[in-house]
Design a binder for this molecule. Structure first.
Ligand SMILES: [Zn+2]
Length: 387
């Protein structure tokens, strides 16, 4: 925990978030374990006591209230339950029991409420500590420090831009891919922490100083694409770039074989009339660069639609015939807009600075410091504090 100590001393401002945990599951029972430091426990009816380091409390939903068993075996009731860390370095483990899921570790506090007949488990946590968890979840443990800086800035920009996405439900962001994946802290890689710390408060804004929609994906396949080709709204900062850094990376290529007759049947379900197709080579389409449409016979079909229908890794692929199979030769992984994670990781390995990596994938951006004014509750951008 020494690194955390170094990281968190001397912060001049903070912003607390409420993150819904295990959002994609309906959890009816859970086990709370205090991993680092004691936790004080209280319900809306009053304090229940202390959960000492290493001990566990069990919480189960019974009708309309929470049934709580403490570490000594005594039972309690409540509608809301709160586990508060004794200090800012507190770590707890959360294990869903109904259904049984793998446990995860988190920093800071846990609030448990009832919502839609299941447990609503909220991690109340400082923004920068949350960013460490998202960065670890997104990037894993094997990246260069420079890449963790990039990932932290992307995740922080997203978190601020979508700060009140779940306001109606009583929290800020969820931990699923609907917002950004957050599985807490389970690897404890020091570079994740340093990457967040040295970019403390830095976010991306466009020419008008508006927070970016900082889209990213796993691998561009060698070229990224403009936002307007995937979503309705184009952005000046989300333009296509040639991306040699993504080539020869783990997700650069994929391949899928489909029997010719199945392929023809699929095209017919999309309203494409092939008539009496004598020459099946007409099904082929070789692509050098990204294209929007698969042109077949006198008709066409969006690559995006094929990707969705067949759950392909990307919509960047060519189509060739091999015997009685149609072979999709694919490139990249993901929607292809904005930053390619594997490309950026390769740039970091080649010693590019994090600002150079961000400026490579996003156009006309500024990397600036945000500040949170507690008096007004508003976010403010400090233009004098550029990296
Ligand atoms: Zn969400």
């Amino acid at each position: 925990m020494l690194i955390l100590l170094l990281v968190w001393v001397g912060r001049s401002w903070s912003l607390d978030l409420r993150i819904s945990l295990f959002q994609e599951q309906l959890v009816d029972a859970m086990l709370f374990t205090s991993v680092d430091g004691d936790y004080s426990v209280e319900t809306n009816r009053g304090p229940l006591g202390i959960c000492p380091e290493g001990d566990s409390w069990y919480v189960v939903l019974r009708k309309d209230s929470l049934l709580i068993r403490d570490h000594a075996g005594a039972w309690h009731h409540g509608d809301e339950l709160r586990f508060s860390a004794a200090d800012e370095y507190g770590v707890f483990r959360l294990k869903p029991v109904l259904p049984l899921l793998a446990s995860r570790e988190y920093l800071s506090d846990l609030q448990v409420e009832i919502s839609m007949n299941s447990l609503l488990m909220l991690n109340e946590i400082d923004m920068e500590k949350y960013i460490m968890g998202v960065s670890e979840t997104e990037a894993g443990s094997k990246c260069e420090l420079e890449y963790y800086k990039v990932q932290s800035i992307l995740c922080r920009t997203f978190a601020l831009k979508n700060f009140n996405r779940h306001e109606a439900e009583g929290f800020n962001l969820c931990d699923g891919v609907h917002c950004q994946a957050y599985k807490g802290r389970n690897i404890w890689n020091e570079d994740v922490e340093i990457g967040t710390e040295v970019t403390d408060g830095l976010v991306l804004v466009d020419e008008d100083s508006l927070l970016l929609n900082a889209a990213f994906h796993s691998n561009s396949g060698g070229e990224t694409r403009g936002a307007e080709e995937v979503w309705l709204n184009g952005k000046n900062y989300l333009l296509p770039v040639l991306d040699p850094f993504s080539l020869n990376q783990p997700s650069a290529r994929w391949r899928k074989s489909i029997p010719v007759n199945d392929w023809i049947s699929y095209l017919q379900t999309k309203g494409i009339f092939l008539g009496d197709l004598q020459d099946t080579s007409l099904l082929e389409m070789h692509v050098k660069h990204r294209e929007n449409y698969y042109r077949v016979a006198l008709d066409s079909l969006l690559f995006l639609v094929i990707r969705d229908d067949l759950e392909l890794r990307s919509d960047f692929f060519g189509i060739s015939l091999q015997g009685d199979q149609v072979v999709l030769e694919g490139r990249g992984y993901g929607h292809g807009v904005g930053l390619s994670q594997e490309g950026a990781m390769e740039m970091a390995r080649r010693s590019y600075h994090y600002t150079a990596i961000l400026n490579y994938y996003y156009h006309q951006i500024q990397i600036i410091q945000y500040m949170f004014l507690e008096e007004t509750g508003k976010l403010q951008i400090d233009m004098n504090n550029l990296p």
